[in-house]
Design a protein around this ligand. Structure first.
Ligand SMILES: [Fe+2]
Length: 297
């Protein structure tokens, strides 16, 4: 049995040397400022979560990811594990409680509970007719407005690990993740990347909140934020292009490198580091879903 089963991803925490530039990038990306202090920026989406993205003032780096605990008792279980912090009352906008853990790469993993919820913001959704539902949009034309496209929520975080098996064992043991899809090379035991979801029993959840891949250097590969639908993915992409944000090819989709990475491009982290990506609403799985493994093509 894992120590706890977290119920969702909450936010990512990074550091950057210029909070104005960070806010400018993230606003174009579709996030909205929830709070800003002298030392940190808190950006939210349209869902009630107080924030999805924290930028602390400092040298550019990925600090870690945060996940929601089911209740405060679960924090107590984590606080008893070796190397964990006590239960802390957060001295940050939104407040709440947390336990801090350190993952095998040295990244900070926060498990949180009780952060303030905000009023939801509007999330424009362009209704699209399909073969099965030809009358979703009746009597109005599609006229998509240019500009930043609202982000709904944080979907997943992707970490590159130098020891994938060790990383997966830690995340599954501490946070209760279960595999949704795994990609192997020649032999099923030679898994090279793994999609993991939270375990909420019979409740359907996103296909993955955590993707981990084997690589030469540990780090954040990307964060994926959910937007309303595929139109919003493309519209947001057009906006990012129009304001000159650097893009990178993340698999088959474009993603965007935020300001602190400009200085790092071509250096040690490479062009995929800490990309901010957008996704439409993902597949949803329950506990009983099969666990297919796919060979690498
Ligand atoms: Fe992704």
């Amino acid at each position: 049995m894992p120590v706890t089963k977290v119920v969702d991803i909450a936010y990512a925490r990074l550091a950057a040397p210029d909070l104005d530039l960070a806010e400018e990038f993230l606003t174009h990306f579709g996030l909205v400022r929830a709070a800003r202090t002298k030392t940190a920026l808190y950006m939210r989406g349209s869902d009630p979560a107080h924030h999805l993205h924290i930028t602390e003032l400092g040298e550019p780096r990925f600090i870690g990811l945060a996940y929601h605990a089911a209740n405060e008792d679960e924090l107590g279980k984590l606080a008893k594990t070796s190397g964990a912090s006590d239960i802390e009352t957060m001295d940050e906008p939104g407040a709440g409680k947390r336990v801090r853990l350190t993952d095998p790469h040295g990244f900070q993993i926060e498990v949180i509970h009780g952060i303030e919820a905000l009023e939801p913001l509007p999330l424009a959704e362009n209704a699209v007719n399909t073969a099965q539902a030809r009358d979703r949009r009746l009597g109005t034309l599609t006229r998509l407005a240019a500009g930043p496209v609202a982000v709904k929520r944080l979907g997943h975080g992707v970490i590159v690990s130098t020891d994938l098996q060790k990383a997966l064992a830690w995340y599954r043991e501490m946070l209760g993740f279960i595999p949704s899809d795994e990609i192997f090379r020649d032999d099923e035991r030679d898994v090279i990347s793994s999609f993991n979801r939270v375990d909420r029993g019979e409740t359907y959840v996103d296909h993955h909140v955590f993707f981990c891949m084997q690589g030469p250097k540990a780090g954040l590969n990307h964060l994926a934020f959910e937007v309303a639908n595929f139109d919003a993915v493309m519209l947001g992409h057009e906006h990012m292009k129009s304001v000159g944000k650097i893009q990178t090819d993340l698999g088959r989709r474009p993603a965007y490198l935020w300001q602190s990475d400009f200085r790092l491009l071509g250096r040690s982290l490479g062009p995929r580091a800490r990309a901010h990506d957008r996704q439409r609403p993902p597949q949803r799985l329950g506990r009983a879903a099969s666990q297919p493994r796919r060979p690498r093509r």
